[in-house]
Design a protein around this ligand. Structure first.
Ligand SMILES: *Cc1c(COP(=O)(O)O)cnc(C)c1O
Length: 241
């Protein structure tokens, strides 16, 4: 038996752990702060730790199948309906849901380079192919109609990251709209706001309410210091939520 052709896939290379690096360099692990995976160096809120501890003795039963309470709270937070909130195993899991919902075999996606590796990985898992647009220092690392649309070739999903990892550049709402206007009706613009809490700019969620071709990604991993809980979500348009 042969597994499917996986030759186009690239392995995810996670940031190395503190113990590993300390051992290699002969340093005290306590003297190092790990920044390589953008985890919150301060740890989670003590209230979050309490909530996890309190729930620990009840993990033998399955959780609420539709995460009803969480979705309701998040829907309130973003002024959308609970159906529009897709909680998942981290933002990565929400990217998988979006790829699963959108990609037919052979469809392609357009991703920033450099950029978050999981956009392309998830597309390939879902039998999609991956094209790139460059994010360059000469353009102040901009993701805008001038830097993205020349590389657009009918892809089903375009990923924008705002603030961008690794450069920190941001995409304005008017540029997101212009990119969405400049692409086919059947092209979805996913705006990854994994670092949205670190920005003063308005969230893209307003656009999700106005049009059916923009979705937003959010996560509890970074600002909330809950990377190990694996909790993120997509906010998607009502039309197809
Ligand atoms: C960390 C990160 C995510 C999602 O991470 P999860 O831990 O799966 O929620 C998504 N996009 C970017 C740009 C990130 O840096």
């Amino acid at each position: 038996m042969e597994p499917r052709d996986l030759s186009a896939h690239v392995a995810y290379e996670a940031g190395r752990g503190v113990e590993e690096v300390a051992r290699d360099l002969g340093l005290d692990p306590e003297s190092l702060v790990k920044l390589s995976s953008n985890e919150n160096a301060y740890g989670p809120s003590p209230k979050a730790a309490d909530a996890i501890r309190e729930y620990a003795s009840r993990v033998h039963t399955y959780p609420k199948s539709s995460a009803a309470d969480l979705r309701e709270r998040l829907a309130d937070r973003w002024a959308v309906t609970p159906e529009q909130i897709w909680p998942a195993n981290g933002g990565d899991g929400a990217l998988d849901y979006l790829a699963r919902a959108m990609l037919d075999p052979g469809d392609s996606v357009l991703v920033p380079n450099p950029g978050f590796a999981y956009y392309g990985m998830s597309a390939r898992y879902h039998h999609g192919t991956v094209n790139e647009y460059p994010v360059r220092r000469e353009n102040d690392f901009a993701q805008n109609p001038d830097t993205v649309l020349p590389h657009y070739n009918g892809e089903r999903i375009i990923y924008l990251t705002s603030p961008h990892n690794p450069s920190g550049s941001e995409v304005s709402l008017s540029d997101i709209e212009a990119i969405a206007d400049g692409t086919d009706d059947e092209t979805l613009i996913v705006v990854d706001e994994a670092y949205g809490e670190f920005s003063q700019s308005p969230t893209t969620t307003a656009l999700v309410e106005e049009r059916d071709d923009v979705a937003v990604l959010r996560t509890f991993s970074k600002a909330y210091g809950l990377a190990g809980v694996r909790l993120g979500y997509a906010i998607v348009p009502d039309e197809w939520a």
